[in-house]
Each structure stands twice: as C-alpha cells, then as structure tokens.
Design a protein. Structure first.
Length: 423
C-alpha cells in the first residue's frame, strides 16, 4: 500500500521538476500584505480618493468577490482531476434560478441548498459528457451554458411569472441571510478609518470590512478555501484526485478508479458554482434576474488560472476583480482614476525588478507604459465612463497577461482518457 501511495504521489507531483517555486513563509506573506496596504495608503493620500480602503469599499469588494471565488473554486476541483469546466457559467445560472425558486418559497437556506443541487446537476451532466462519452470539454461546457440559459428562461415563464411580485425575468423578493456585525469593534474601526491617517486608517478600513454586515453565507464561502486546500493537498482522497489530473494512466495502473474521481470532482465543481449563483440571487441582490451572473463563471475561471490552480492564488484573483468592481460601483471615476497612479507605481517596481533580472526589453516596455500612466493621471481629473465600466475586465486581462509565464496547469487537464489505458 505504501509503494502504491508513493507512486501516486510521484504521479501527482512529477511535473514540479524544474518549475517549482519556493513557498513563502508566513512572515514574508505578512510583510508583502503590509507593503501592499502601505502602497494603497500612499495612493489614497496623494489622490484624495478616501474611499479606496474604506469599510464600505472592502465590504462591497468581498461581496462581489465571493461568487467569482466560488466559481473559480469549482473550476479548481474539476481541473485538478483533469476536466476543463467552461460550463461554470451555466452551472452558476442553474444555481441562481434554483436558489431563488426555493428561497422565496421556503427561506434563504433552503434556497442555498437547492442552488447547490442545481449547480451539481449541471456538473453531473458535464461529467457524463466529458468522462463517459469523451466529448470535447470546451464543447460540453458551452453546451451546458446554452442549455442552462434556455432552461431557466423557459422555467421562469410558468413559475416566477405567476408568483406575486415576480415576472418572466425575475423572481419575487427573497428573505435575507443573517448578517454578522461585531458590536463595538465595527464602530471603532469605522471611526478610525474616517480619520484618514496614513496606513492606520487603511488597516482599520480593511479589518472593518471583515466585521461589518458580513453574511453568514460569506463566512461559509471563505471557509471553503482552506477546506479545499486541506482536502486536495493533505488527504489521500485529494492525492488520488489530483493524480487523475496529472497522470490518469499511472493512477489507474495503481488501482485508482479514475472515472469515479473525475465524476466526484466535476459534480463538486458544479455544486460550488451553483453555490456562487445562489449567493448572487440570495445575498448580493435578494432576487433572481435573468442574466444576473454577468459572465462571472468565466471570470472565476480566469481567477483560477491567475491563481495557478491553487486555492490561495484563486482567492487573490477573485479579490482583485471584486475590488476593482467595487471601486467602479462606489466611487466611480474618482476611484478608478486613483488606480492609474497605483498601476504606474507598480510598473516602476516592475522596471526595477526586470533590470535586476537583466531583462532590458521588458524593463523598457514597462517604463514606457508607466510613464504613459503617470501622464494620463496627471493630465486628467476623472476617466471616461466607458473606461470605468470596463476597469474590472481590463484589470483581469492585464493580470493574466503579466502572470502567464509563471502558470502550470495540471499535466493531463483537458486530455481525453478511456478506462483501461493503464492496463
């Protein structure tokens, strides 16, 4: 048994040869976070955009990041088992509809449960098509999204349309999930943030956003990130599942039921995406609306790629998109204008790093772009509304472009596999 386990371990970890990165220690991580917060504080002081790190901004960013993070977490489960899940958007749509349908009738937690079931049904269908019948993963995912869009539109016509307060495009109002606010601490942090002191007020704003009007479902979603890491990287089950995404032939030759693990992973993937959809309908808006996912399933997939198929990096990617989206919604042009200065300073740091690495061409390009951003910031007071609306998506594309050289997907991700190849 030990020999089998060690071989599966080798199959799951083999691709790390030559491309592994050192793990950052906790003090180094905390130092990086403190440095990032100090940079935000500096930009806030220079630009006068005091809402940049306010309690409301952080709270709003967290709420916007959760559905994206859950979709990305679903993609992580699926792709770690070797199945590309482009259908996350469709599974989120199923989650919004089922969550709202059950939520307005039997309460928000029943809605959450049915939203998970709705997403899991989409995951099960994707598993049947890709694992059993070897349908191209991209084709299957797109088909599921189209099917989910049409099915929910059809179902809404004779469910929500006939309910009081509903219509063919939206559900009746859903009761809210309980919010958590820590008395005393929340008010104290809000007062400290309002003083606009360098770094101290920014830290208070971040902490205040984590203890003010925090939905219980948000807490559940946040806990799923370390839970996923523990299950996939610290248990025998997770080791076998990841081996299916790295080398399914080797895993099968050691007695791993590859089909079973792929099915489990893709169904869990759909369930997590469905939970993200239920969050949108029940917590974010309190109502189902046609098209309310707004491509968040695809953005969750981008966050997963940015995070290099790891839970922590995925959470960072989702948080980045949620933050920029919240900036757009709360402060509009002023906040996004301040981000030009932040990007320009970050590019200066990149120039220094590229010069240190003797990558002179990249350093020159980064310097030119940084200079352009500084000029743009200095010569304008606000940005066009079109750019403000596109800021979250532009940020996502830029981050993916800058991080693309450091990415390593599971070795067998998206590759066809048939039972018996390992015999």
């Amino acid at each position: 048994m030990s020999e089998s386990t060690s071989t599966v371990t080798a199959a799951a970890a083999a691709p790390k040869k030559g491309g592994g990165r050192r793990r950052l220690s906790l003090p180094v991580v905390l130092l990086i976070i403190a440095g990032g917060l100090a940079l935000f504080s500096l930009v806030r002081v220079i630009s006068g955009a005091d809402d940049l790190t306010s309690v409301g901004q952080v709270s709003g960013a967290l709420q916007l990041a959760v559905p994206i993070g859950l979709a990305g977490l679903g993609g992580l489960w699926s792709e770690r088992a070797g199945v590309v899940n482009i259908g996350l958007e469709g599974m989120m749509i199923m989650g919004t509809w089922f969550g709202a349908w059950a939520g307005y009738q039997w309460g928000p937690w029943t809605g959450v449960l049915l939203g998970i079931v709705g997403g899991a049904l989409g995951g099960a269908l994707h598993a049947v098509m890709t694992v059993t019948f070897n349908v191209n993963h991209i084709v299957s995912g797109v088909a599921i999204t189209i099917l989910a869009t049409g099915a929910t539109r059809y179902l809404s016509n004779f469910t929500f349309a006939e309910a009081p307060g509903g219509s063919s495009k939206q559900s009746p109002r859903i009761e809210r999930v309980t919010d958590i606010t820590i008395p005393g601490l929340s008010d104290g942090l809000a007062e400290l943030q309002a003083k606009h002191w360098f770094f101290v007020s920014d830290l208070a704003g971040v902490l205040g956003g984590l203890v003010t009007n925090l939905s219980l479902l948000t807490v559940v979603a946040l806990l799923l990130i370390p839970a996923t890491w523990w299950i996939l990287w610290r248990t025998g089950f997770g080791l076998r599942l990841r081996s299916c995404g790295e080398n399914p032939v080797a895993a099968e030759s050691l007695g791993v039921n590859v089909y079973k693990y792929k099915y489990i992973a893709v169904i869990v993937s759909g369930a997590l995406a469905g939970l993200g959809g239920a969050f949108l309908a029940i917590v974010s808006t309190g109502i189902y609306q046609e098209g309310q996912t707004g491509g968040r399933g695809y953005i969750g997939l981008a966050a997963m790629i940015f995070g290099n198929w790891m839970p922590g990096g995925l959470a960072l990617g989702a948080g980045l998109f949620g933050f920029t989206d919240s900036l757009k919604l709360r402060g509009g042009a002023e906040n996004v204008h301040a981000m030009l200065l932040l990007l320009a300073i970050l590019l200066v740091a990149l120039v220094i790093w590229q010069l240190y690495k003797k990558k002179y061409t990249s350093a020159v390009i980064a310097a030119v772009v940084s200079a352009g951003l500084f000029v743009w910031y200095a010569s304008t007071d606000k940005l066009p509304s079109q750019f403000v609306d596109a800021a979250p998506y532009v940020t996502t594309l830029l981050v993916l472009a800058l991080s693309a050289q450091r990415l390593r997907m599971p070795k067998a991700d998206g590759l066809p596999y048939k039972r018996g190849q390992g015999k």
